[in-house]
Design a binder for this molecule. Structure first.
Ligand SMILES: [Zn+2]
Ligand SMILES: [Zn+2]
Length: 352
């Protein structure tokens, strides 16, 4: 039995047929929740580069036909019969990763923050370029009235992945941070590292526009990584101590080598990738003693919860992160805009 009133029998959804290479807006059956699941009426959903990578065949999708989109916020429309934590009308943001119920951690009941085999929206199950989505009740975070749902959608993915990386690095106030590739996720990392008290923050990017924006968003210094004096500049800026944390969003041998070379004595180098991107290029190991090299992937529900808290209290403002909001029917136009805006941290949202 499902608690729901006045819900339609069908809904509009964008379906991607990866065999035919066709993206289409169509009517599909309304998704029925399992006992522990929730149906969310999607207010907005972001268009992410990892959606694009599957649609453009750069990454092979797992499901031959599916609904893309994994950066969604909305309002609970219906809940499965075992769900006590949510009720229709609740404003929520949806974490893209939901627990698998099958890994050792899940079997121990440790929940989605510890699951070792997270199931990803729009990879393992249908996504949110649709009027409604269905997911596990444990994948939701409440959004207070003070936070617009559009902002909440920016928090999941665009901001939560860099924030998760900051958590992985165990960044402390007054630590020197370097960010390799400062568009997209890197720009939001600069913004959140500033809130976390990092100092100084050094942004590295080949594009002058991206460097300019990084300075606006909280970097103290922005450098072109192609500049041969990068290492000595970083030495000067940090007064010889080097970086405490280097975040590498590029994942190539060249950036890795550059970041590794300017790490301070107890420095941590964090290689970041979105959960649904392809593998990081093979990298040499070889951290010097006292230094750490660690990988970071995706984000957890708790990261999203923290960011909603920061947004609610006015610490974090992501209003500058939204470039435009298009109706779902204009998805193709949205995709081409995102394709053209490589390196831009601004997010395009679709509104069903
Ligand atoms: Zn994404
Ligand atoms: Zn699990």
């Amino acid at each position: 039995m499902i608690i729901q009133h006045g819900l339609p029998a069908t809904m509009r959804a964008v379906r991607f047929d990866s065999v035919a290479g066709k993206l289409e807006l169509m009517d599909v059956p309304f998704p029925a929740p399992q006992r522990d699941e929730v149906v969310v009426k999607v207010a907005v959903c972001g268009v992410c580069r990892s959606d694009l990578a599957r649609i453009d065949s750069a990454v092979q999708p797992r499901m031959p036909v599916y609904t893309p989109g994994h950066e969604a916020a909305g309002v609970v429309a219906a809940v499965g019969e075992d769900v006590r934590s949510w009720a229709p009308g609740d404003r929520v943001v949806v974490a893209a990763g939901r627990e698998c119920h099958d890994c050792p951690e899940c079997r121990e009941g440790l929940g989605s923050d510890r699951c070792s085999d997270l199931q990803l929206m729009a990879v393992h199950y249908d996504g949110a370029w649709a009027e409604y989505l269905v997911t596990s009740a444990t994948a939701l975070v409440a959004v207070p009235d003070a936070v617009p749902l559009e902002h909440a959608a920016v928090l999941c993915g665009a901001v939560s992945i860099p924030y998760g990386a900051i958590d992985t690095a165990r960044l402390r106030p007054a630590e020197a941070v370097g960010v390799w590739s400062s568009g997209g996720h890197g720009a939001h990392l600069v913004q959140v590292a500033r809130i976390c008290g990092a100092s100084p923050i050094i942004a590295l990017d080949g594009s002058p526009e991206v460097r300019e924006r990084a300075l606006e968003w909280g970097a103290d210094v922005a450098l072109d990584p192609a500049n041969k004096r990068v290492a000595s500049y970083i030495g000067e800026i940090t007064r010889g101590r080097g970086l405490d944390v280097a975040f590498d969003f590029v994942g190539r041998e060249s950036t890795f080598g550059q970041a590794n070379a300017v790490l301070g004595e107890r420095g941590r180098l964090v290689l970041v990738k979105a959960a649904s991107e392809g593998p990081v290029e093979n990298l040499p190991s070889g951290a010097e003693e006292g230094r750490t090299i660690v990988g970071h992937t995706g984000y957890r529900v708790r990261h999203l919860r923290d960011l909603v808290e920061l947004a609610e209290r006015g610490r974090l403002d992501v209003s500058a992160s939204i470039s435009s909001i298009l109706p779902l029917a204009r998805v193709a136009e949205g995709l081409s805009k995102v394709r053209e805006s490589e390196g831009d941290p601004l997010l395009l949202l679709l509104r069903p």
